[in-house]
Write a protein that binds this ligand. Sequence first.
Ligand SMILES: [Zn+2]
Length: 319
Amino acid sequence: MLRRSLAAMLVARRCVSLAAKHRVVVVGGTHGNEYTGVWLEKALRDKSETIVGNPAAVEANRRFLDEDLNRCFLRSKLDAPPETREALRAREVDAALGPKGSDDAADLVIDLHTTTANMGVTMICDAWCPFALRAAVYVKQQLDDQLLLGQDVKIMFNDEKDKENAPYLASVGKAGLQIEVGPTPQGVVRWDVVDATKRALDAVLELWNKECQGECVDLPAEIDVYSVAEGFTKLSWPVDDDGFPAAVPHESIQDRDWSTLRKGDPLWRDRDGETVVYDGSFGDEIVPIFVNEGGYYYASSGRGIGVAQKRRVAVPPAP
Ligand SMILES: [Zn+2]
């Protein structure tokens, strides 16, 4: 009995000192027209450490000025001479929250995004960050029965094990993840989307604090995720010489993210209204995500519909 309480004291003392050092940063406006994150950054800045990812793009109400900031955090890109305003901003963010991969980096970076696609609350985790997947599982546990935006919480799992190859802003942190919520138009703040995002954020922070305090949290050993390949493959719609879409998602998949698409199923409608079917190029059965995401009309963000596969993965244990 004595031994057990002594052990508990030791754990508690160690975790208090760890918690005191911890630096958690919430980021909004990495994409300048995703106003939910911009709203929450303003709402939280007096209570937490926050930054605006791309302030110039927020001011312009655009996703980005020259290129997608959330693709600028690859090691190769951070080390190259900056040629765009976003590449320059990525260096500033890396200096403020990183440097990426260093001991000085923030302990946890949570980047808030929205999508125009009907995806509900999606926790975006990279394989290099074990905390991200645990947090996603915890958010599911806490929020699934609330059916936020009419759906359970989904986990998008980027199979990227090397943090240096991760292009996302959140990868400047020692741990990092993204919360993606929709549907919402760009440049609009909807309370239901703000509320869903805040609930997911609060649950992430709750797990973080519990783990910092050495509290044991029961999570399942395995979880279903929607896995995307390194680099996040897209089914690109055809574009014309102006880069404008020459076909749009077929009405049978519009608003039906997370359902299975099989080879031969309708995929696009072209300008004549003709149906173009899925040719099976990414496998006979795929799960389309980010169906008609406004941000994916841009080449530098990766054009088209996201391609995922449903997969069961092990939930990494707490450290
Ligand atoms: Zn975004």
